[in-house]
Every structure is written in C-alpha cells, then in structure tokens.
Design a protein around this ligand. Structure first.
Ligand code: PAF
Length: 156
C-alpha cells in the first residue's frame, strides 16, 4: 500500500492507473468496521482502491473541538493495508486549504440538519469535491450513518 500526501503525487498515481476503475473511500480516519465495510465494497467493485484520511477543519463548528477529534494514523494504515487498500491519501490541512483558499461549495437545502449545523455541510461538500478533483475516482463510497450528508453528497 502506498501512502502519499501531496496533490502532485496523487495525480501522478491516478494517471498511472489509466483506464482502471478507481474507487475512493473518503474518511476522517480513526477507522472502524463501518469504514472497512466500505473498503470491502470498493475492493469488490473496482480495480484500485483509494482511502483518504483528512480531518476536515471546515466541517467543524465553533463549539466543536477539532483538536479532540480522535486520530491514530499508524493503526489506520495497518487496518487499511489489511483490508486491501492500494493507496492511502493523507493530505495536510495546507494541501487541501492552501493560503488564500476561498472557494466553497454550497449545496442548496439538503434537509433540516443543515440549519442546525450552519457551515457543516458546506465544509463536507467542499472537501469532497476537492477530493474528487484530486483523486478523480470513478466512484466514491460513503456510509449511510449520516443520512443528511449522504443525500447532500448525492445531490452534489
Ligand atoms: O463522513 C465523514 O467521515 C466526513 O464527513 C467525510 C465525508 C469524510 C468528509 O470529511
């Protein structure tokens, strides 16, 4: 399993895969059985499986503690490798949101939770569209735990 951190390396890897079908599982890390089931589905339906790990500051509210979000990169890498992931994409915050970043994705009215968590869905949509543009997957896999998020991403 390759582990890469930069957009250039990710794009080069994608070019190298050519016409092979690529599945992406976007995550914020601290992998668990739910993520692994998405990886297994991606593995079964694609030639290449990419998992991204990025704790996305843009989807945390002012009263939600980004620093306390659980992280265990070593364990995540072991679990991903064991599950048959080909490439782990682990960009830093400055790779995803470089200085001067100011382009956001707003998906209109996915449901009630959008009102309860202002900014949250904008952060999710923005990071997912960035990941799609960087990784260029044929298909992406998301859990259904957060139904509002799933509907919003489907809409996007
Ligand atoms: O559901 C999550 O883990 C996150 O919202 C996602 C889709 C990886 C975007 O950061």
């Amino acid at each position: 399993m390759r582990v890469i951190e930069t957009v250039d390396e990710m794009r080069a890897a994608r070019r190298g895969w050519g016409e092979r079908r690529v599945g992406l599982v976007p995550t914020m890390g601290f992998l668990h059985a739910g993520h692994i089931s998405l990886v297994e589905r991606a593995r079964a339906e694609n030639d290449v499986v990419v998992v991204s790990i990025f704790v996305n500051p843009a989807q945390f509210g002012a009263d939600e503690d980004l620093d306390r979000y659980p992280r265990d990169e070593e364990r995540d890498a072991e679990m991903a490798e064991e599950a048959g992931v080909d490439l782990l994409f682990v960009p830093s915050v400055s790779v995803i949101y470089p200085d001067g970043f100011g382009t956001w994705v707003d998906v209109t009215e996915p449901g009630g939770e959008a009102r309860a968590r202002p900014g949250h869905f904008r952060g999710v949509a923005t990071v997912c569209l960035k990941l799609f543009n960087i990784v260029r997957p044929d298909v992406a896999f998301f859990g259904q735990k957060d139904v509002h998020q799933a509907l919003m991403l489907q809409r996007m």
